[in-house]
Design a protein around this ligand. Structure first.
Ligand SMILES: Nc1ncnc2c1ncn2[C@@H]1O[C@H](COP(=O)(O)OP(=O)(O)OP(=O)(O)O)[C@@H](O)[C@H]1O
Ligand SMILES: [Mg+2]
Length: 495
């Protein structure tokens, strides 16, 4: 027989203890009852770990909140549900802040108890999923996680493991926020230089001369303001790794100097006569298209070939969308730990919407989104935000996107949806006397989204009536059917 799950009921009132015990035992739980916070704490101190603790707020001696505080101090992963007498909002808020999962107001009915138990189960499931996730996640150091589950990223991980110990430069490319720095750090930490320094320089952060002195250092009096000699980043990275981030932003003069340093392994500090010998592995990254930058003369070809002995291109998140749920949960765990909060359980709708959005800011955008979600704990608000972001993305490309013949049913549905949308917008505009801010609020979309839509549907104040909208809708439908008949290239549409 499967082991019974244990629930600990902590209440000073014997009748409540009995009532809960009966209800829970009927459901097949093993129940342990305790009459005070002190006794409960003693049991947890002995190593007892029930699946759930149901804890009364009002108890003599040590009250429920204090007991909860001490329980959380002993083990933050305990599942606790509070029992409060009336709707004591401040107590409930405090209990949730301290780490309680939920609360029940006495007297409560069985369905309320069931709902609280379900919440506990979901929480436990999330915890197990997170543990599995951690097993997948290759932790390089305590604070670098590299998750990979798509074929492209698994291949990159393999490449990194192969490339890291080979002491040559690596060129890392990919859009903003895809994980270039994570890869650079992984390469260093997997290399023979891992005990030495990893020095990062953001080449876009400083103007030309300042960047030069940052990289190569200077002697006292080398220029006005150089009151003391300063070693450059290359010296600081000696025997280790230097990561030149956003390298395409470096001026072409400095690119020439860098090329010499890479060739000779030596250079002079600004204002110095002697040379400095350095042994540094260079990793460089950029989010611009280097081939284009070379064509326009912005990036030196000779430097590129010097740096690009090995290269890694990291695909954008939209090309590995299968990783979105796993990354979502990863960031969820990261920030709930950081902010000492229980990880909220994202709704299925929210996860689905996240998987549909194309994340132009890649992992960084997703990370910031999840961070907000953890802080605000507003599933509905986050979902609304995502839907809005997704619809804004769709609006722009759809105008030019010709529809392929075989997609006629889709086009029809879309046409109908557009028509309904246009009607609703025109109605809101009419009602608010064409005050677009009020109309946006009425429709529950952002002002910007409304402007997009108005442009898309060709709605302007000159045709301020619903009949105008109907006319526009008809025109749009005609336009759509005309496109149906035109053989065209496949539509490029934001997901
Ligand atoms: N494979 C991954 N697994 C887990 N987290 C990741 C992964 N790749 C990136 N991240 C996280 O995503 C965020 C962005 O990554 P990173 O800073 O490396 O991107 P980037 O390409 O250097 O961005 P930018 O071009 O904006 O400098 C970081 O917080 C990083 O920890
Ligand atoms: Mg970066």
């Amino acid at each position: 027989m499967a082991k019974q799950e244990k629930i600990m009921v902590v209440d000073d009132e014997p009748s409540i203890r009995k009532y809960l015990q009966t209800l829970l035992e009927v459901d097949g739980f093993q129940v342990e009852t305790q009459a005070s916070g002190k006794e409960a704490l003693a049991r947890i101190g002995e190593g007892e770990r029930p699946f759930l603790i149901i804890l009364d707020v009002l108890m003599p001696e040590m009250d429920g909140l204090e007991t909860l505080r001490q329980l959380m101090h002993m083990d933050r992963t305990l599942n606790v549900i509070m029992l409060s007498c009336s709707n004591e909002v401040t107590t409930v808020v405090e209990a949730i802040r301290l780490g309680a999962l939920d609360y029940l107001t006495k007297p409560f009915e069985k369905p309320e108890l069931d709902a609280a138990l379900l919440k506990c189960r979901q929480k436990q499931q999330l915890r197990t999923e997170n543990e599995t996730l951690r097993e997948h996640c290759e932790t390089v150091t305590e604070d670098i996680s590299f998750l990979a589950s798509s074929p492209q990223m698994l291949k990159i991980r393999q490449q990194v493991l192969q490339i890291a110990p080979v002491d040559v430069p690596v060129f890392i490319s990919g859009e903003s926020g895809v994980g270039k720095e994570v890869i650079a750090r992984m390469i260093h930490l997997r290399s023979l230089r891992r005990q030495q320094a990893f020095v990062k320089v953001n080449c876009a952060a400083l103007p030309g001369e300042l960047l030069e002195s940052e990289l190569f250092g200077y002697e006292q009096g080398a220029f006005t303001g150089a009151v003391r000699a300063k070693p450059g980043k290359f010296e600081l990275a000696n025997k280790g790794t230097i990561f030149l981030d956003e390298i395409a932003e470096m001026s072409t003069q400095l690119q020439a100097k860098l090329l010499h340093v890479l060739q000779d392994g030596q250079y002079s500090r600004l204002g110095a006569r002697s040379v400095v010998n350095v042994d540094v592995r260079v990793l460089a990254a950029t989010n611009v298209n280097v081939k284009d930058a070379m064509r326009t003369g912005r990036f030196r070809e000779d430097l590129y070939y010097r740096l690009n002995v090995l290269s890694i291109h990291i695909p954008p998140l939209r090309e590995r969308a299968s990783e979105i749920p796993i990354l979502f949960r990863h960031f969820l765990l990261k920030y709930s730990e950081k902010y000492q909060k229980f990880a909220p359980e994202p709704s299925r709708h929210l996860l689905d919407a996240a998987a549909r959005y194309s994340w132009p800011g890649n992992l960084r955008e997703l990370e910031n989104f999840v961070k907000r979600y953890v802080i605000l704990e507003d599933d509905e608000g986050s979902l609304r935000e995502l839907i809005e972001m997704t619809s804004q993305q769709r609006v722009a490309p759809r105008e030019e996107a010709p529809v392929a013949k075989e997609q006629s049913l889709k086009a029809l549905v879309r046409g109908l949806k557009d028509e309904a949308e246009m009607e609703a917008i025109a109605e809101a505009l009419d009602k608010t006397n064409w005050c677009r801010k009020d109309a946006a609020r009425m429709l529950g979309i952002s002002y910007k989204a409304l402007l997009y839509k108005m442009r898309q549907f060709n709605l302007d104040s000159g045709r301020s009536s619903r009949s105008a909208a109907a006319k526009a809708a008809k025109q749009a439908a005609e336009k759509a059917s005309a496109q149906e008949e035109t053989p065209s290239v496949p539509a490029v549409r934001a997901r």
